[in-house]
Write a protein that binds this ligand. Structure first.
Ligand code: 7PM
Length: 276
């Protein structure tokens, strides 16, 4: 079964690369705590040249562990950057957020996709996403970001994550989101041990039963860091290997830091597929 990915007028029949743009003070700070648009735009330009199809804008620096970023802070970080990207480049932008107000203002600023690691479970998120009419990526997470890595437990991680995503797809459809606008994501690293993450990667093909485009986000994740005893910035080769393994099992969209290297590897993969 092949799934054609439709994002607005854009159609994808090949692997889709989503380049990560963190707009947090530790990434593109001008020395104060403001995110510099020029630096962010330069990074976007580079990722587009390297083969990114979508730019994923995220304004929350603190995922597992620390406290949440305030709404005002997250809006300040993301909305202006999205406007600047859409003004300067002809590209797709996704907004990585779990807050309804950020989704709404990001879409008004030009965001084409809502990417929510909380699968639209926060107050107002389903409604905003449905009203906006844009495609959504819903991701599985066990627990809450602050505590999810404390003691993740599953009887069968693969079937439990699939069941969760099925339920969330139902809720999305009930809220008025058209099914063809839903992308699913197993949520590597979100409330999962190293073994859970590798079981998900090994059986990613099972997610095809959902009949929806699959997004895989393994780039520089701790599943590789723990396995190899390396820090996130030394995980490019492992991440690229992870992307190819995910592609082989039917993933459609790859959320990555290293765009050029992933694009090269996925082009090799696609050529092999076409040569069968
Ligand atoms: C700290 C911990 C900072 C974790 C950043 C992260 C995904 C995502 C992220 C994913 C989708 C990261 C994560 N991961 N959205 N946003 N899927 N759809 O490692 O796997 O980039 S943030």
């Amino acid at each position: 079964m092949t799934i054609t990915l439709n994002i607005g007028p854009h159609q994808f029949k090949r692997p889709v690369i989503m380049g990560i743009l963190n707009v947090t003070p530790d990434s593109f700070s001008d020395g104060g705590s403001y995110v510099s648009h020029e630096q962010a735009l330069a990074r976007v330009e580079q990722m587009l040249k390297e083969g990114a199809d979508i730019i994923d804008v995220g304004g929350e620096s603190t995922r597992p562990g620390a406290a949440d970023v305030s709404l005002t802070e997250e809006l300040q970080r993301t909305v202006g950057v999205i406007k600047a990207i859409k003004q300067r480049f002809d590209c797709l932008v996704s907004i990585d957020t779990n807050k309804a107000q950020v989704m709404q203002q990001a879409v008004e600023a030009g965001a084409d996709i809502i990417n929510d690691v909380c699968a639209l479970t926060n107050p107002g998120a389903l409604e905003v996403a449905a009203d906006s009419g844009v495609p959504v990526c819903i991701m599985h997470m066990q627990g809450k970001p602050r505590s999810m890595q404390a003691n993740p437990q599953y009887d069968n991680v693969v079937s439990e994550v699939i069941t969760y995503l099925k339920q969330r797809v139902e809720s999305c459809v009930a809220a008025g989101i058209v099914e063809s606008n839903i992308i699913v994501d197993p949520g590597f690293g979100f409330g999962k041990t190293l073994d859970h993450n590798f079981q998900l990667l090994a059986q990613l093909n099972e997610f095809k039963q959902l009949g929806l485009p699959i997004l895989a986000g393994v780039s520089r994740k701790s599943m590789f860091g723990k396995l190899l005893g390396k820090s996130p910035d030394s995980l490019m080769a492992a991440s690229v290997a992870g992307a190819v393994l995910a592609a082989q099992q039917g993933a459609h969209i790859f959320r990555v830091h290293d765009v050029q290297e992933t694009a090269d590897a996925l082009n090799v993969y696609s050529k092999v597929q076409m040569s069968k």
